[in-house]
Design a protein around this ligand. Sequence first.
Ligand code: MLT
Length: 404
Amino acid sequence: MAKINANYKKLPGSYLFSMIGKKVREYQEAHPEAKIIRLGIGDVTQPIAPKVIETLHSAVDEMGDASTFKGYAPDLGYEFLRSVIAEKDYRDRGCDISADEIFVSDGAKCDCGNIQEIFDTGNRIAVCDPVYPVYVDSNVMAGRTGAYDAAAERFENVIYMPCTAENGFVPDLPEEIPDLIYLCFPNNPTGAVIKKAELQKWVDFARKHDSIILYDAAYEAYISEEDVPHSIYECDGAKECAIEFRSFSKTAGFTGLRLGFTVIPKDLETGGERLWPLWARRHGTKYNGAPYIVQKAGEAVYSPEGRQQVREQIAYYMGNAKIILDGLKGAGFEVSGGVNAPYIWLKTPRNMTSWEFFDYLLSEANVVGTPGSGFGPHGEHYFRLTAFGSRENTVEAVERFKTL
Ligand code: MLT
């Protein structure tokens, strides 16, 4: 008899954003007249930049011509894309990362979820609390987390690092020593950032204890302040202890196109084993690469016109973030984030639980957000809004908040 992977049974509920989607669909069916504004899942709304669209069109034409047609992509991704990433995202920022340390994929979510496969299931993971659910759930599926304690809303073998208003939503170094440390800055869900000197402490900690940092930098393009690192490789010694994930989803509106990459330094090793060949082996075995036309589109993001156009798009979303921040502050809400990240993190009013506030906001204002408790117990009594809506909807949503 075939047996299922029983670890899946340890996962409480469904994936957070699937659950929210279901609740909103049910509400809309029951209230067909409601004009719902969705500021829940961090999905972009603005069209892809013109330079990228133009490049996509010409890449599609190449696929229709026998002399330029492309089949399977190279294992690590096309050289034209990996080179421009290494140059513009890393060397231009003083990080010594080369094209062959970059693995192109269809997005950071998959890579963040899959990376744990190259590590032993006996490894102990540390995560921020609240946290992007993919890091924990993918480790649950692999059998690395132990059982779920429903009362504590925690897995018994995971080190949770509280991110609270008191520590500015940046965790303290853990007392127990983890093998794998997941960090995400600018942070999803809180929108908090880590300063370079703080991040250096994590790198030093990881090197001292032989831990590996899994650094999700999917939102780095939203950084507006100085002294906030765009990459962990800006820190000394990070190439000896860190893997970094990046995405084109939020940077260039590719949530529907799908493109991202993972950086694994060639010499990064643990217990005398290099990680690069393991991920290369996994990539080659389980993945056939992002489509050529999408990789060409990714290359266009780095062209002078592409860069200018995506910068304008990011400025548009950050304009939304400011409208939400200022509007909610003015309406008496306690808010943070939204300055270097497209997420606004707010305290629920009148001590409501996150889900109570979700229902209240949906029914009273027809606005959808994400309950903070869906990201972990320390997210309870918090709520996340995204800046990825249209300007019109963002302004309207803030007006509706003011009536609550
Ligand atoms: C989010 O809303 O947290 C993100 O959209 C999820 C993701 O990027 O996968």
